[in-house]
Design a protein around this ligand. Structure first.
Ligand SMILES: [Zn+2]
Length: 333
């Protein structure tokens, strides 16, 4: 018995060892591919301000939405054949924590533009460590739904229940006017309908405010009228400790076209001539002053600076660093 037991034991031990050795040298099972990204926020400091870009989604700008000379548009089509990402755009909102107030500047599309590709802003806000009911103020550059859709849920509820919303009076008066909407062309109707539905719960709650001049809304923030795209299109420029950040709304949609050719407009510009003139003037100033730019449709994180070489501008995006309090310093400092 003893002998046969020990033989059996030795055989079992050998088998176990063999399977252990075989197991340790076999290739591990193939790792499945993952298709999700990290939480969509990016933070930096501008003086004492904490500025966080909040990802809402990405899309592709239709080349037919651009207005340029035939030569320019042929060039765009040619570029697209070589690189299908030439007209890729992001949709981004921005959070400014002043230390006293939590301020959003534009809030992405929510569910109001283009179906499922957008609407991640509230999740990005949470990933960044804040909740929607902590937001005190929302500043909107204009009332196109890709900038204000995130304000309101599909069933008409305020996503930011404590927030006071600010918009230029000319903007509010235009998009919220039933009389103007009634006379607008059919393909412009959705812009009026979405603006009215998105604004409605804030108006009802007494949280919808308009400005018509340079009224102080937030300490250290200046209103920058940027006429052309829409009747009250407005930028917001924050300054702190000698550093500046401008939230410029829709000054540029197609980064790789309109910086080389600032005269190229988009079909959504209500006043094409004014939109091109505003862009030209603003780009000149921003390249000279080295202001940090927050541009909702620039590639995420939608923050960067302008450089000018001869007659063309180029975009110097922020680069990832966890030294986020040093990121905002310009090279000269
Ligand atoms: Zn836009």
């Amino acid at each position: 018995m003893l002998k046969s037991n020990s033989t059996r034991f030795a055989a079992a031990l050998l088998a176990a060892l063999a399977s252990f050795v075989a197991g340790s040298t076999a290739a591990p099972p193939a790792a499945p591919q993952h298709h999700d990204q990290a939480p969509g926020f990016y933070r930096l400091k501008v003086g004492d301000l904490e500025v966080t870009a909040l990802f809402d989604g990405t899309g592709v700008f239709d080349p037919h939405w651009l207005n340029g000379t035939k030569a320019t548009m042929d060039g765009v089509q040619q570029a697209l054949q070589g690189d299908p990402h030439v007209l890729d755009v992001a949709d981004t909102g921005f959070l400014v924590n002043t230390g006293k107030q939590l301020i959003l500047v534009d809030v992405g599309a929510g569910t109001w533009w283009g179906g499922g590709a957008f609407g991640r802003l509230a999740g990005s806000l949470r990933s960044a460590g804040y909740t929607p009911d902590e937001v005190n103020i929302v500043l909107v550059t204009h009332l196109h739904s890709d900038h204000v859709g995130g304000l309101t849920s599909p069933d008409g509820k305020r996503v930011f229940p404590q927030a006071d919303v600010y918009v230029a009076k000319a903007e509010s008066d235009f998009w919220l006017s039933p009389a103007i909407a009634a006379k607008a062309p059919k393909d412009a109707q959705p812009f009026f309908e979405s603006a009215q539905a998105i604004a409605a719960p804030y108006i009802k709650a007494g949280k919808w405010h308009t400005f018509s001049g340079s009224e102080p809304i937030v300490d250290g923030m200046e209103l920058v009228p940027l006429s052309g795209h829409t009747p009250g299109h407005t930028g917001y420029e924050f300054s702190s400790k000698g550093q500046k950040v401008l939230f410029w709304g829709d000054i540029v949609h197609a980064l790789r076209v309109q910086l080389q050719r600032p005269e190229v407009t988009v079909v959504f510009d209500i006043d094409q001539t004014a939109a091109a003139a505003t862009r030209h003037q603003l780009l000149t100033r921003l390249a000279r002053e080295d202001v940090l730019i927050a541009g909702p449709h620039m590639n995420f994180p939608a923050l960067g600076r302008l450089r000018k070489e001869r007659s063309e501008y180029s975009w110097a995006p922020v680069v990832f660093t966890d030294q986020w309090d040093k990121q905002a310093r310009s090279p000269q400092q």
